[in-house]
Design a binder for this molecule. Structure first.
Ligand code: NAI
Length: 329
């Protein structure tokens, strides 16, 4: 099949080329969106990532250009109008699970860094400053951690927390029996948020979860609690979170995702004037740590993403059943 790969970085080209099962791949650095969809003329499939925008208009243009398959090389699919694609008979496939430990471990890295301030200690010691002033953290052992969404990543994260001796509470519309057996206590969203020292978000972005962390739910948090979001930026109302940080209601914030990340993440703007005042305000807090959507970024995850991506493409080419097709309705 002839495939247009969008939002390509060096590592995508390396891993997709290595796992290619014989398809013609053309790599575009540009994201797929209304402005770039014209590039897809003559391709059988498009391969996209988290910040490509496949809305109704893009789906229609893909269909007119002869594209028969949308291949997501990620798990989340909030950026694709799957119903519009289904109407035009274009299946959307994804990589539903790839090393959930990669994201879970990154969530723990954010917690440990924010808590024990290793990023500040690293810089201090390099400058000959061996003072411990303002570096004090807290023991994770016996702390209560709320896990919101206990699917593949949330579950892997719970297993890490158990190793640290944390008390785990959870909220999910489908509680996991194995986690219940392991001692995880499920409750309502409100109860789960209100008791936790640390809240970590691992549910998908959907209408029902959009801005689930907002002024109302932030009021339920323990004063000074930590919020970690490695899932999708749209799960939180960023302005409300900034307000909670300013008032000390939120004590720490760790983000790997940001609602407006499409305009910034995965690019080097170190020599430019950044126009997004909201992210600049977030960066200015001493108790905020932001990484640019790197939770997935391990060797193991890249191998699994590339492997499953070509299994999905091969299944379509062979007219076999598409196990990883996103269902509508
Ligand atoms: P999953 O589908 O295995 O688990 C999602 C869980 O959320 C399920 O248990 C589901 O029942 C639950 N859920 C659905 N609606 C909910 C609601 N309204 N309230 C509470 N829970 C709800 O997904 P997985 O693999 O664990 O990924 C979770 C999210 O992590 C993805 O949707 C994606 O947005 C994000 N992600 C981030 C990455 C990164 O690099 N930072 C990489 C991969 C995924």
């Amino acid at each position: 099949m002839k495939i247009a790969v969008f939002s390509t970085y060096t590592y995508d080209e390396v891993y997709l080329s290595r796992f290619n099962t014989g398809h013609e791949l053309n790599f575009f650095v540009l994201p797929l969106n209304e402005q770039t969809v014209a590039l897809t003329k003559g391709y059988d499939a498009v391969c996209i990532f988290v910040n490509d925008t496949v809305n109704n208009t893009v789906v229609k243009a893909l269909h007119e250009n002869g594209v028969q398959l949308i291949v997501l090389r990620c798990a989340g699919f909030n950026n694709v109008d799957v119903a519009a694609a289904a109407k035009l008979g274009i299946p959307v496939v994804r990589v539903p699970a790839y090393s959930p430990e990669a994201v879970a471990e990154h969530a723990m890295a954010l917690i440990l860094t924010l808590n024990r301030k290793t990023h500040k200690a690293y810089n201090r010691v390099r400058e000959g400053n061996f003072s411990l002033e303002k570096l004090m953290g807290f023991n994770l052992h016996s702390r209560k951690v709320a896990v919101i969404g206990t699917g593949n990543i949330g579950k892997a994260f719970c297993n890490i927390l158990r190793g640290f001796g944390c008390k785990i509470s959870a909220y999910d519309i489908y509680p996991d029996p194995e986690l219940i057996a392991a001692g995880v206590i499920y409750g309502t969203l409100e109860a789960t948020l209100s008791e936790a020292d640390i809240v970590s978000l691992h549910c998908p972005l959907m209408d029902s979860t959009h801005q689930m962390i907002n002024a109302d739910t932030l009021r339920l948090f323990k004063k000074g609690a930590m919020l970690i979001n490695t899932s999708r930026g749209g799960l939180i109302n960023t302005m409300d979170v900034i307000s909670a940080l300013k008032h000390g209601q939120l004590g720490y914030l760790g983000l790997d995702v940001y609602e407006q990340e499409g305009k910034l993440f995965f690019q080097d703007y170190s020599e430019d004037v950044i126009q997004d005042d909201v992210i600049l305000r977030l960066i200015s807090f001493p108790n905020v740590l932001i990484t640019a959507h790197q939770g997935f970024f391990t060797q193991e995850a890249m191998e699994q993403i590339a492997g499953t991506t070509f299994q999905n493409i091969d299944a379509f080419a062979a007219k076999a059943s598409l196990h990883n097709q996103i269902k509508t309705g």
